[in-house]
Design a protein around this ligand. Sequence first.
Ligand code: SAM
Length: 333
Amino acid sequence: SRLEKKTKGKLQKQICQVVLDHFEKQYTAELGDAWSSVRDVLTSPWCWQHALLLNRFSPSPGLESSLAEQGYHPAFPAALPYLPAAFRCYSRTAPGRFPAQKHQPGRLKGYYLLNAASLLPVLALEVRDGEDVLDLCAAPGGKSVAILQCACPGHFHCNEYDDMRSRWLEQTIESFIPDPLVNLITVSKLDGRQIGDLQPEFYDKVLVDAPCSNDRSWLFSADPQQAVLRLMQRKELSSLQFQLLRSAVKALRPGGSLVYSTCTLSRAENSDVIKLLLSSCSNVMPVDISGMARAVSQEFAFLSGTQQHELLVLPEKGRAWGPMYVAKLKKVQ
Ligand code: SAM
C-alpha cells in the first residue's frame, strides 16, 4: 500500500551506515551465512513482530478472544514444564503493533508488549514460589514483570543503576503488580557490580540481563557521531558484563543459579564472557538449557552449534525475534 511504501521509505532512511558496515564485517566473520538473513530482518522494521505478555494480576475480559480473532497464537507450548498456567504470551507472524496501554496511576495494565525472545531468559531462570530473586539490571522492568507472572518469589530485588531508568522501572512495577505483592519487591539504584559484596550468598536465582550493544536499535542511530563513539566503546562492555557476572555469582547461595542474557549477536559480549567466567570461577558450572531450546524451536530460530548451556536467537522472517543470547550457570554447593 502507499502508506506501507511511505513508512518503508522513512524507516529505510534512518539506517545508520557506519553501524551496518561494522556489523557486516564482524557478524559475517562470526555467523557466516546466517548473518545475511538476520541482517535482512534487522534492517526491515516493517517485518518486525511483537508479542503480548498478559498480566495475570489484571485479566482483561475478551482480550484473549480478540487476540485470537486478530491472528495471535500462544507463543509458548503449554507443555513446557517450567511454564505455569497463569503465564500467557501471544504472538503473531504478521507484523504490526497492538496498541500500547498508557500509564494511569492506580490502574493496572492488562499486557506488556515485548520481543518474545526476551522471555527466554526468564523461562530459563525457572523461578519457584518462595525463592529469593535478584534482577541485577532491571529497567525498564519487562523481565521483572515476566518473573512475577511465573512465580511468587519470597523476596524480589530489582536493581537499576541509572537514575532515570530506575524511575521507569518503578513505574512499570506500579503498572503491573498489585499492592500486596509489591511489598515483596525492593527496588534499588546500586551499581550491580557491588551487590555481590553487599549481599553475599543471599539469592536462589539471579538474572543478569546485561547492558550490551543493542544491535536492533543501534542500526537506527539517528546521530552517526554518537554511533561511532558507541562502536569504539563497545569493547569495554565485555569487562562490565564480566564484573556484573562476578557480582551475581557472589550474590548466589551455593546451589543457586543465574541466567545471563544480552540482545546482541556479538560473541565478545556473549559466549566469550561466559567462557571467561567459567574458566576463572571454580565454583560455577554450566547448566544445560538445550531442552528448553528444543521445546520452543517452533517459535524461535537458534544459531546452531552453540554449547548446551547457551542459546542465541537469530531473527528470521516470520520469526523476527531476537537477537537474544541466553546462558545458564549454577553455583556449586
Ligand atoms: N532487564 C530489563 C528489561 O527486561 O526490561 C532490560 C535491562 S537493559 C538490557 C540493561 C540495564 O542495565 C540498563 O537499564 C542499564 O541502565 C543497566 N545498567 C548499566 N550498568 C549497570 C550497572 N553497573 N549496574 C546495574 N545496572 C546497570
